[in-house]
Design a protein around this ligand. Sequence first.
Ligand code: NAD
Length: 367
Amino acid sequence: MAIFEDLTTMGHEQVVFCQDKSSGLKAIIAIHDTTLGPALGGCRMWDYKSDEEALRDVLRLSRGMTYKAAVTGLNLGGGKAVILGDPKKIKSEALFRTFGRFIESLGGRYITAEDVNIRVSDIEQVALETAYVSGVTNRAGGSGDPSPVTAWGVYNGIRASVAHKLQKDTLKGVSVAVQGCGAVGSHLVEYLVNDGAKVFVADIDVERVKFNVKQYGAEASQLHEIHKLAVDVYAPCALGGTLNDQTIPEIKAAIVAGAANNQLLDEQVHGSMLKERNILYAPDYVINAGGLINVYQELHGYDAQIAKKKAANIYETLLAIYRDAEEKGITTNQSSNELAEKRLNAVRGMRDLRNTLGTQKWSAKNS
Ligand code: NAD
């Protein structure tokens, strides 16, 4: 793998490989961009097939965080971490504390939080070794599990998508297929059902499916069928890459709007394929920004109501992106990228000017 080529193309600032023999920790921390602030992004634990797969995942995820913070108007950079291994086998206090020490060594350039397979209790062990954590328990003044607010943002994003595409101002009678009903997916199912939507669910974990059927009256679907269902909305809420050459031609929904990060296997190719098929795509990092909004609040004194109110603004952000994409004839993911890059470039430009002015002042003083 041409690592530096990938870093240059994607624009990463720093990638840190962390290993510790005694705790068994193998982790990668990727800091994509700190133009707008410290790089904040969750930590994912996954049993990757190869080190290369883990590296690619963390590079893509961290870049997504830069764009997510930029488009959401937060003063944060983009970063992410992955811990390699089976969560059922490798979790231990020593592993999380060691990971915390690696984060501490970065001096605040990276702030961690929960992501797939990482729970609040895990993050609290990381917090024993570093202050650069968010998403700690409510009892300690933290924001706790971000997934309810992420789901609230996704729910509002689905409302915006339905309003734009189907001209409906309510979800009553709207059908939604949720792929992956874990932390975010289950909360989303609850919001959708409470609003009158008909919800289908699929998950590799049968217990998660049973829970959603019993608790919220969702209908169970097969794993390989969920994206093919004849519904209004397909909501990918498991892992990335589920929008690809094979799945896109099979999608019958008019809208794809879900919580998962990196849904498009290839951003350009698959974003265009969805547009060609006249499927409205809610850019993943825009619709799933609720979790980031939630942990950002924690850095400024947590208030759950403010976090929820700000996450609801995803409705307006998405509508603006949909209109812009239509006007310009571009994909919705291109439109959101442009919006994020506009802010990043403006702040970079401001810094360049500040540096120039600083140099001139110094030269005048010393001439
Ligand atoms: P989670 O681990 O709680 O849930 C993921 C669920 O997906 C699990 O129940 C798992 O069994 C299921 N799953 C995995 N592979 C599957 C497959 N092939 N088909 C069907 N189900 C499958 O994770 P989560 O916190 O709910 O996050 C879900 C997604 O949302 C991830 O992509 C994550 O990066 C993204 N996200 C989460 C947050 C958050 O606040 N937790 C914020 C932003 C984005």
